[in-house]
Design a binder for this molecule. Structure first.
Ligand SMILES: C[S@@+](CC[C@H](N)C(=O)[O-])C[C@H]1O[C@@H](n2cnc3c(N)ncnc32)[C@H](O)[C@@H]1O
Length: 234
């Protein structure tokens, strides 16, 4: 079973997401256990101070290193330790796969102007970003990572939610989906999907996935071509 430990100043932000939908079901089924650690528990002063002024001046407070270090000492990492950070390397599907195979995943959430750099520099800490934008805190980034990881745990998804046909699973964006009715406000479902011919449907989906990836994500397409050749064969 995977244990996910999140270190945060705002434990309440994790309550509903960890109890709801796939993340909640995975915990109830014993596939994952969440532990949300309040960073203020690792302060030693009356005001439970977690931040201080930045050396060198400038606006905004910096989160102190000691509470993070002491929380990590207590958690005794037995798997990846991830600091959510706008300057981190981009989080991707390969990380989600790797972390879903771990015994423990520790996520450290920053807040305010920044986190003291010595947290990122602690041995074993990976600094990861969920996109080229700035959030107010690492909590929503941590929740993105948690959801992406948990849905890959064996049995976490029912058949109808299958991850294997999702975007990024095989390096391509997924083809578009349709349900009933076959025509709605002048927009028809592509004839291939209504044909009942499995080979034709598969060929349509493959072609759409490739065309979408080429048009929208040339970076992914280049990687896919390098790995598979231009005809998609490995
Ligand atoms: C206001 S941000 C700090 C941004 C920092 N001054 C910078 O420019 O890189 C506060 C916290 O939110 C989290 N955060 C913000 N944007 C993020 C992103 N794109 N990915 C992951 N975490 C992010 C980090 O934990 C960060 O310490």
């Amino acid at each position: 079973m995977l244990r996910i430990d999140v270190v945060t100043l705002f434990p309440a932000l994790f309550e509903a997401p960890c109890a709801t939908s796939i993340m909640g079901r995975a915990q109830r089924d014993g596939r994952v256990a969440y532990r949300v650690v309040d960073l203020r528990a690792y302060t030693h002063d009356r005001h439970q101070t977690v931040d201080d002024y930045a050396y060198g001046g400038g606006a905004g407070m910096v989160m102190k290193p000691e509470p993070f270090y002491e929380a990590l000492d207590d958690l005794a990492p037995a798997g990846p330790v991830v600091l959510l950070s706008a300057r981190g390397r981009p989080f991707g599907h390969a990380d989600a796969v790797r972390w879903s195979l771990a015994e423990q995943l520790i996520l450290l959430c920053g807040h305010y102007k920044d986190v003291d750099q010595r947290v990122a520099e602690r041995d074993g800490v990976e600094e990861v970003s969920v996109g080229d934008f700035v959030l107010s805190g690492g909590e929503f980034a941590a929740l993105c990572v948690m959801d992406a990881v948990v849905r890959l745990l064996p049995g976490a998804l029912g058949d109808h939610e299958s991850a294997a046909t999702d975007s990024h699973y095989d390096g391509l964006l997924s083809p578009p989906s349709y349900t009933r009715p076959p025509e709605y406000r002048g927009r028809a479902v592509p004839a291939e999907l209504l044909s009942g011919d499995h080979a034709r449907i598969a060929a349509w989906r493959r072609a759409r996935a490739e065309a979408l990836t080429k048009a929208r994500r040339p970076d992914l397409w280049a990687r896919y071509e390098a790995e598979h050749g231009s005809d998609g064969t490995p």
